[in-house]
Design a protein around this ligand. Structure first.
Ligand code: ADP
Length: 339
């Protein structure tokens, strides 16, 4: 064999991991930029072979945390460890453990898929036949084998993103970090990418941490950390988080929502909040409750919806405000515009 020590073999020693089952450990992280607090005491752990989502609206601190985990900068205080390696003390060893897919493109579109991966392999000390085999394997995995020798500039957005993934995974990392990886992809390419992340978790035991501001992506994660204004506001599986609300979420359209909300609170001893011009109530047996409300306030309610809690409801429940921006533009609609 042409090479003696692969990046994979170098990656084997594990520092503090024997003492902890956490693959990623984020401990009391505070990060400030020129006095502005971007992360304010965030702690959580990611387990082995878990698809973990970091969900939050714009400005909540996702990218800052992503940059800390990928060792691009150090926090103001607190620690991050990956596979037991402390980002501050052993950044080089930590880097061997992670594959990183940034939002910004990192492939060279003037090079072929094969050349991009060969270049990446050399950076990790891979060469010769072993590198060739690994490149073929990765191109096959991301369904680009038949385009190996085509320049990346001739690829669709989805194909380019798959090449980014292959690049991030070439050196067999135990952990894959992805920052909003589906931005700009069409729905088909998004689905493919998520399926691939699930395959990585299930068949290769790779732990995946992905940042997103899209609820439907967060729903696909095994567990979620929800960030708001630099703080962790929820941590758990999507199902656990939604169950916490209990019951149904009722939304009422009314001409005078503020006044109606106050009168509903007084009459039924429930919390009624006005969000986005609608009266919002969390309540068990929602269908029975709306009958009582309509009877109590005849002619005042123009439309009613009763639904099971969503992750956005979890966000509202924990923060008191909507995930979507107040000018009415939702992250989902921004996504549609971006296509
Ligand atoms: P997200 O990725 O969730 O949109 P960020 O981590 O980018 O959130 O930002 C968190 C907060 O930190 C925001 O208030 C943002 O304005 C601020 N911030 C981010 N990067 C910088 C920077 N380089 N300099 C100053 N403030 C920053």
């Amino acid at each position: 064999m042409a090479f003696k020590t692969s990046a994979y073999e170098l990656a084997q020693p594990k520092a503090e991991s024997a003492a902890s089952h956490a693959v990623i450990s984020v401990r009391e992280i505070v990060h400030r930029y020129d006095g502005r607090t971007a992360l304010d005491g965030v702690s959580f752990e990611v387990r082995a072979a878990e698809l973990f989502g970091l969900l939050g609206p714009n400005g909540s601190g996702k990218t800052t945390l992503f940059r800390l985990l990928s060792t691009l900068m150090l926090p103001t205080s607190g620690r991050t460890l990956i596979m037991g390696f402390d980002a501050a003390k052993e950044p080089n060893r930590l880097r061997r453990q992670i594959g990183v897919v940034f939002q910004a493109q990192s492939i060279d579109v003037k090079l072929s898929a094969y050349e991009n991966l060969r270049h990446e392999g050399h950076l990790y000390g891979l060469q010769g036949a072993a590198l060739k085999t690994r490149i073929s394997e990765m191109l096959g995995r991301v369904a680009l084998a038949d385009r190996a020798n085509d320049r990346a500039e001739t690829f669709s957005g989805g194909m380019q993103r798959r090449l980014e993934l292959a690049k991030g995974l070439l050196h067999h990392p135990s952990v894959l970090l992805l920052d909003e990886p589906t931005t700009g992809l069409d729905p088909g390419a998004r689905r493919d990418l998520w399926q691939y992340l699930e395959i990585l978790r299930d068949q290769e035991d790779v732990s995946v941490l992905v940042t997103t501001h899209l609820m439907e992506e967060a729903e696909r994660c095994d567990r979620l950390a929800i960030l708001n204004q630099g703080k962790l506001v929820a941590l758990g599986t999507p199902t656990e988080l939604k169950h916490e609300i209990g019951g149904d979420v009722i939304l009422l359209d009314a001409r005078e929502p503020d006044s109606l909300a106050q009168r509903i609170e007084a009459r039924f001893q429930v919390q009624a909040q006005v969000l986005g011009g609608k009266v919002r109530i969390e309540r068990e047996n929602g269908h029975r409750f709306i009958t009582d409300v309509v009877e109590a306030f005849p002619g005042e309610i123009e439309a009613i919806s009763v639904s099971k809690p969503t992750l956005e409801d979890v966000f509202i429940h924990r923060t008191g405000h909507r995930f979507w921006t107040e000018n009415g533009e939702s992250s989902a609609s921004m996504y549609r515009q971006g296509q």
